[in-house]
Design a protein around this ligand. Structure first.
Ligand code: HEM
Length: 493
């Protein structure tokens, strides 16, 4: 009997605890609802269309949907609300837009260049003050240092040498790992190559003769990106940082910090390092390490995703592949072993169109965002209040039939100069625009061109997967579910 009473008292405590917690939560939500209705920002945001909301919870429950449904949910919201809409996530409201007119009022301006709230999901491995995540006040100085490192012509021959060598090794690897029957997704092979390139070009630290390091870093970087993707929909989860990436990068940063004499001050990281030494008494290794991770992520994940997409699309369109090969053979000869030189890059005109069209149809970075630094009047009585996160829906803009004719058709010719007349530049965002756009646009384009030349000169690529069966998910980059993007290769005679 006593035990029963004891149990009853315990269960009473538990019930009271849960009741109080739920009441407290309801109280918080009520306060938030009042703030969002009657505060100045709330009143302004309510003038922007919002998808149907749940009582008290706003659009919050939408964020519980698995990421694979987000592309469909977002395009449904665009249909329901129009090209610019506000999502009310209970404690915070977010703007999403696929309106070039709105985008051009934000992207070109440094005052709106802080990153959107969603970038916090990457803080666990990129830190808060690395180039991609830092607030404008810190970012400005770093970006000034980084731009010349990536864009100085005298650095290009060194970059090209690395692209050519790695392209040749990649072609061999793709062929030796080939699955002639069903084809296979080649993302990890591509990732390994872009990792080796980043280490050689950005850190002056070749790792191609240490394939385990390249492979482990590639795997760790993919893991970190997956964790960041999960945190996007489950921000409360706190998965410990992935050991490999953190281990390797910390060792390398320490090496740099300890051995100042070996630093050559030419590469991206060395330039940052020099600036840090000039402005601080002591180098903060942790901070350098986050910059290091940022460049690993920016320089590996995005270009390998673009290349994965391009190879799939040209496998799907053999006539485009044939034209590309004809262009390569016209410049370098048939069956020759060649190196792509700086003057050749500009001659690959059809390849330029193919790359641009691939990045339109399946943009590797499907959405990016900024936090506006002051109120932005976006017309039709709509004002985005200071401090709001605004997300640019690159995938939806690139696939909007009102902007691009027959957007689902892969047609590189739409980027011929005569077909671009009157086209709004803000309707195309593969590298973003403005002060915080990709600093490595030239580097990335050159890298993609050289790798493609080296692959297509030796191998023919094909696929059985139809475009309508491709399953993609939003993450830091576009992810492909299920079978991914399987392709198979045949050696050219
Ligand atoms: C074809 C390849 C690439 C594409 C399509 C691409 C795309 C982008 C985009 C869209 C952004 C803006 C993201 C945002 O607004 O948040 C960005 C930023 C950035 N990218 Fe790239 N990128 C590519 C290659 C690279 C490479 C090779 C590197 C480094 C070697 C790199 C380093 C960065 C960095 C550091 C930023 C942050 C810039 C800042 O916040 O100031 N990217 N990239």
């Amino acid at each position: 009997m006593d035990k029963f009473k004891e149990l009853l008292t315990k269960s009473n405590y538990l019930t009271s605890f849960f009741t109080c917690s739920i009441l407290f939560l309801i109280f918080l939500i009520l306060i938030q609802t009042l703030i969002s209705r009657f505060s100045r920002n709330g009143k302004l945001l309510r003038k922007i269309p919002t998808p149907p909301t749940f009582p008290l919870l706003g659009n919050g429950p939408i964020f519980l949907a698995p990421l694979k449904y987000w592309p469909r949910i977002i395009s449904w919201m665009c249909t329901w609300c129009g090209p610019t809409f506000c999502v009310d996530a209970v404690f915070k409201s977010f703007i999403f837009t696929k309106e070039p007119e709105v985008i051009k009022k934000i992207l070109p301006f440094t005052r709106h260049s802080d990153k959107a709230f969603v970038y916090k999901m990457g803080h666990f491995y990129l830190g808060e003050n690395a180039i991609v995540t830092a607030p404008v006040s810190i970012w400005k100085a770093d970006r000034k240092v980084v731009n010349p490192g990536l864009n100085t012509i005298s650095n290009f021959p060194k970059f090209l040498e690395s692209f050519n060598e790695n392209g040749k090794r990649l072609a061999d690897r793709l062929f030796s790992n080939n699955d002639t029957r069903k084809g296979r997704d080649i993302y990890v092979d591509l990732f390994q190559t872009t990792t080796e390139i980043v280490f050689e070009t950005m850190f002056d630290y070749p790792i191609h003769d240490k394939p385990d390091i390249a492979h482990d870093i590639a795997k760790a970087a993919i893991n970190c990106s997956d964790v960041a993707k999960s945190k996007l929909i489950r921000p409360w989860i706190n998965i410990p940082p992935t050991a490999y990436l953190l281990g390797y990068t910390k060792i390398h940063c320490k090496m740099l910090a300890d051995d100042k004499r070996s630093v050559k001050f030419t590469s991206y990281l060395h330039l940052l390092y020099e600036q840090r030494l000039a402005t601080c008494d002591k180098l903060d290794v942790d901070e350098l390490f986050y910059q290091f991770n940022t460049i690993i992520m920016g320089g590996t994940e995005v270009p390998s995703t673009v290349l994965r997409i391009v190879l799939y699309l040209i496998a799907l369109y053999p006539e485009v592949q044939l034209k590309l090969r004809e262009e390569i053979e016209a410049i370098f000869g048939i069956g020759a072993d060649f190196d792509v030189k700086l003057e050749d890059v500009g001659r690959l005109k059809y390849m330029d169109l193919v790359l641009k069209e691939s990045m339109r149809l399946l943009p590797a970075t499907p959405l990016h965002g900024r936090c506006v630094g002051e109120d932005v009047d976006i017309g039709q009585g709509r004002i985005i209040p200071k401090g709001t996160s605004v997300h640019f829906l690159a995938w939806d803009i690139h696939n909007d039939p009102e902007i691009w004719e027959n957007p689902k058709i892969f047609n590189p010719d739409r980027f011929l100069p005569e077909n671009l007349i009157g086209r709004d530049p803000y309707a195309y965002l593969p590298f973003s625009h403005g002060p915080r756009s990709c600093p490595a646009q030239k580097f990335g384009n050159m890298e993609l061109k050289v790798l493609l030349c080296q692959i297509l000169a030796k191998l023919e690529v094909s696929t059985d997967l139809k475009l309508e069966d491709v399953r993609y998910t939003y993450g830091i980059v576009l992810h492909f579910d299920g079978v991914g993007l399987p392709v198979r290769f045949r050696k050219l005679d």
